[in-house]
Design a protein around this ligand. Sequence first.
Ligand SMILES: [Zn+2]
Ligand SMILES: [Zn+2]
Length: 417
Amino acid sequence: MAIKAVKGTRDILAPEIRNWTEYEDMARKLFRRYGFEEIRTPIFEYTEVFSRGIGEDTDIVHKEMYTFSDRKGRSITLRPENTASVVRSYIEHRMDLQAKVTRLFYIGPMFRYERPQKGRYRQFYQTGAEVFGSSHPFVDADTIEMVVRLLRDLGLSGLRVDINSVGCRECRPGYREALQDYLSGHRDSLCEDCRRRMESNPLRVLDCKVPGCRAVVEDAPSIQDHLCDGCREHQEQVFRFLDLLGVDYRPEPGLVRGLDYYTRTVFEVISEGLGAQNAILGGGRYDNLVKELGGPDVPAFGWALGMDRLMMVLGDRKLYEESPSFYVLPVGKDLEYAVQTALALKDNGYRAVVLAEAASLKSGLKQVNRAGGRFVLLAGESEKEKNVLILRDMENSSQREIPAADLLKEIENEIKK
Ligand SMILES: [Zn+2]
Ligand SMILES: [Zn+2]
């Protein structure tokens, strides 16, 4: 039996892949405009990077990581997200000594053992950005505006930015306690996971999608009533800068995000076209993580965007321009003339494929038809002798003879038709 791709993984094929690469090009160009540099970390790390970086009591670390022992018995994990890896790299390379503020972005695959469902894969792709070295609220707003612009440039509408503060080390413990008190009064209405979370990380209960939990959460105390002056000021400034940058946002007091490491700002961008699982990206500030992973005391802000879902939202929309392909048909054994013709086209930026294996005119045209190609250039011996080519448009089966010397001019006219 033929071997298939591993469950939960997939091949990304043409034409879909063209949207992916075009998107990646656009993202890279845009991020550089904002002063970001790309970083490529390994797709696997010592397991500790993630267990310490993401937090032991998260679904990711608990049950979704691809962890294995290498040949020397060291515990290795395929990255389930990239922030922890980027922080590890930032610390390892002492980037804090090279610049006051470091702006990095990444694009690449992540791995989580999740139940496969629509738009969710076990190898999935993320684009992310991280800024190290500034606790200034402008950084939050600027980095959010960058990704909102990217989505807008992709032609997406129906986007919503939900934003909240999850407080800091000073004010969160008080909130946590208040929340825990409230939740313990509704213990019986919570799902099994939330009863556990209630003890270890009660804020995560606010994120639960189970209807019973959502009902309980509705009347839960709000973090907004517990923010310290510093966090409140930070939040107001972020809003002010978002206004200044022209970003529409909606304060969402119930938003906390699943990960332990967030401090102050958290946000999500929601696409209304995605249904219940509708956040395409999310992130926030994480002022303590670098230090917790053994680095200097450096504040940070970042987000990660799910590319698989983004591509779903894009649907049939094409990010790339469909450029015509030219199929050059030798008609006969001598390929020389066809090869030269194709080279001239490629030299001038056109896509040109020599149909070397076409045994006859008929089989050549059949190949082109099957590939959905439009233009064919017949470059056989008789054409060579007369220094001409025959340009055939498959769309209407018309063809005409053109002087070889006018090739570029003629096809330009043809494409414009
Ligand atoms: Zn605070
Ligand atoms: Zn729950």
